[in-house]
Write a protein that binds this ligand. Structure first.
Ligand SMILES: Cc1cc2nc3c(=O)[nH]c(=O)nc-3n(C[C@H](O)[C@H](O)[C@H](O)COP(=O)(O)OP(=O)(O)OC[C@H]3O[C@@H](n4cnc5c(N)ncnc54)[C@H](O)[C@@H]3O)c2cc1C
Length: 445
């Protein structure tokens, strides 16, 4: 079964879906290849069913998808986050899965689920084909242009691109095994949270965090993890919340052995935290766990080295670029989870997450240059999503789903132009790309 497409998108998370839809809407012959049984990546299989995005700079295909879900009562905008530059949009996972299927189908893009990219065929500095493993054995897919939206930078890695991993010692942000808890009495939980007056920036998080040392002393929780993002209610109509807590410190997320260990440890933690909530937090006495995620919550793996590496300094300075393809929130804050349970590591995280919020400017934005979506070596490859070319401090912000959608849309639009003009993505006219994105409702500069 050999196939040929104008654009092949590797990975069907939010960035891959947006990339495939953007190019297919430009009339390109597109194939999206996804190893799992569903689209949405960490947003569905990873159970992170709450889009975080910029309050002001969110446009395009992602917004369209979420507004459509909202109009059907399957997503909602909530405005209670104390961090003023973020918006939170919880959504129903099953509705999102069907919506992504439908959006891709309507765009004309083809999708292959249950298909894992395992190798590449190169011709000098061009990707010629992907080797794909499936139930019917291996097959090859050829393409003119390729987009790496695997989250892990898997395709770029196979193509021989250089990458960065974690901090100077290679320590990465710890992953988390998210889970759904049902049977929560949210009214009592909310009333309990209101009793807390001690939290400067994120009261809910701090409140639960402050209970953790006691839970460790009582033997309910095994690791004193002070960073506790917490429980997020998915729908006002139901008593279900997604539990985002329990960092799996020291996990090696690039080997099957490491992923196996982390997954087993994560499932154990998801149960520990259920017991924790039941015992210490009003409203959870009858809570139970319906499921853990089927795709471990990886915050940070490979960051592919591109023609430009977007940095935290760029973000902090609200830097503008002539080849900008996306706006995002500037200021000296980011969400880089710690790599160890050490108290100092937590304090460093908390400082970066909360420091200088007063430097956030109301009517200004940072810009993502197109070159951060162009891997340095392979001429017909783009990258989108959490494996973009960025330093880890700014990746800590750009990995949220709102930005992943927009990066995907920019990469898919660029790929379509490259195919139309028979050029490498790095050689297209950037003004034309910006014009196409603006036509599609995305503010670039
Ligand atoms: C615990 C946790 C909490 C988070 N909380 C939030 C939040 O509240 N809000 C928010 O907006 N963001 C949150 N994020 C971040 C966000 O969910 C992700 O960064 C984002 O969804 C990544 O999207 P992506 O498209 O880049 O990659 P992914 O979602 O990782 O998708 C990559 C896809 O590629 C597929 N793939 C990988 N390798 C191959 C291969 N070889 N062959 C075929 N397919 C392949 C995978 O199966 C997957 O479907 C959180 C992340 C974590 C881990």
């Amino acid at each position: 079964m050999n196939k040929r497409y104008e654009l092949v998108v590797a990975g069907g998370g939010m960035s891959g879906v947006a990339a495939a839809v953007a190019a297919a809407r430009q009339g390109k012959r597109v194939l999206l290849i996804e190893q799992s049984s569903m689209l949405g990546g960490l947003g569905t299989a990873g159970l992170m069913t709450m889009v975080m995005t910029s309050r002001k700079w969110f446009y395009g295909i992602g917004l369209e998808i979420l507004e459509s879900l909202r109009d059907q009562g399957q997503a909602r905008w909530i405005d209670d986050y104390p961090v003023k530059d973020y918006e939170r949009i919880p959504f129903d996972a099953e509705s999102m899965k069907r919506k992504l299927d439908a959006v891709l189908q309507e765009s004309g893009a083809e999708v292959l689920l249950y298909s894992r990219i395992t190798g590449v065929e190169m011709q000098e500095d061009h990707l010629k084909a992907l080797r794909v493993s499936s139930q019917v054995g291996d097959f090859t897919v050829e393409g003119d242009v390729f987009i790496d939206a695997t989250g892990d930078g898997m395709l770029s890695f196979l193509a021989g691109e250089d990458f960065d991993l974690g901090d100077e010692e290679g320590n990465t942000q710890a992953p988390t095994m998210t889970a759904y808890y049902a049977g929560i009495d949210f009214e009592r939980y909310e009333a309990f949270l209101k009793t807390y007056e001690n939290g400067p920036a994120i009261p809910k998080v701090n409140m639960i965090r402050d209970l953790i040392p006691k839970a460790v002393a009582d033997g309910v929780v095994s690791v004193c993890d002070l960073h506790h993002p917490g429980i997020f209610r998915i729908s006002p109509c139901f008593n279900v919340g997604v539990m985002n807590a329990g960092h799996i410190y020291g996990a090696d997320c690039l080997t099957p052995e490491g992923l196996t260990q982390a997954t087993v440890a994560g499932r154990r933690m998801a149960e520990e935290y259920l017991n924790f909530y039941r015992r210490y937090v009003p409203g959870f006495e009858k809570a139970y766990m319906t499921n853990t995620c089927s795709y471990l919550g990886l915050r940070e793996t490979r960051r592919i080295r591109g023609l430009y590496t977007t940095t935290f300094a760029d973000k902090a300075a609200y830097r503008k670029f002539p080849d900008a393809v996306m706006r995002f929130d500037g200021g000296a804050v980011s969400d880089v989870h710690a790599s160890s349970a050490d108290k100092k590591a937590y304090e460093a995280y908390y400082k970066l997450f909360t420091q200088a919020r007063e430097t956030v400017r109301e009517d200004d934005w940072a810009e993502l240059p197109y070159r951060s979506l162009l891997p340095a070596k392979t001429k017909n490859l783009l990258v989108a999503g959490r494996c973009l070319s960025a330093d880890r401090e700014v990746q800590g912000q750009l990995r949220i789903m709102g930005y992943c959608f927009m990066m995907g849309q920019a990469a898919g639009t660029a790929a379509a132009i490259a195919v139309n003009e028979g050029k490498a993505p790095r050689d297209i006219c950037v003004a034309k790309l910006q014009e196409k994105l603006e036509e599609a409702g995305v503010k670039t500069r």
